[in-house]
Design a protein around this ligand. Sequence first.
Ligand code: CDP
Length: 207
Amino acid sequence: MRFTVAIDGPAAAGKGTISKALAARFGFAHLDTGLLYRATGRKVLETGFSPEAAARAVTPEDLARDGLRTQSVAELASQVATIPEVRSALVAFQREFARRDGGAVLDGRDIGTVICPGAEVKLFVTASAEVRARRRFDELRASGQAAEFDDVLDEVLKRDARDMGRADAPMRAAADAVLIDTSEMDIETALAAAVAVVAAGLEGAGA
Ligand code: CDP
């Protein structure tokens, strides 16, 4: 069975948690596409490759390495993600993943719009910038990284502006995406909303 769930949205809106939980619940494979851009940014730094060459050289093993989740790697990721040659070098891997047998969940910024416009289910998961910054701040503190709330909020706003403002594949909801605003939701409520959309999609696909 081929069945693609495309989940887009800004940083710390809850899409990672929702994607992982949906994949576990329905037995689908999961790809956090942000890791591709993070691994590309880090490879540029470590090897001196051009961003495009780094994107071409990224392997599945690179996605499993430690240290990709830091704020500094996120910043590098959002810079290389503005380069069209980087984005196109990463398209084939994502599309192949999306059509693998058994179903797939991909989360990112342009999955429903550019990578998988024909996805059976599309979600756009969002929340206010303040709520997202608070969640990211709590995560950083919990993992022992030093952080100030105002800096985290600045970082979130800067990355939102770059992700929405870039010319190639800007972050936006596909016209046929279901919007889930998690600002006032706990994770169980948000997940229940997402599960209902996927279940309806599976039923519609006759799966
Ligand atoms: O986890 P968080 O939302 O903070 O970041 P991420 O999903 O790992 O993405 C890091 C950066 O990669 C984002 O700020 C985007 O600039 C870029 N990205 C993208 O352009 N397209 C995607 N499909 C996924 C990530």
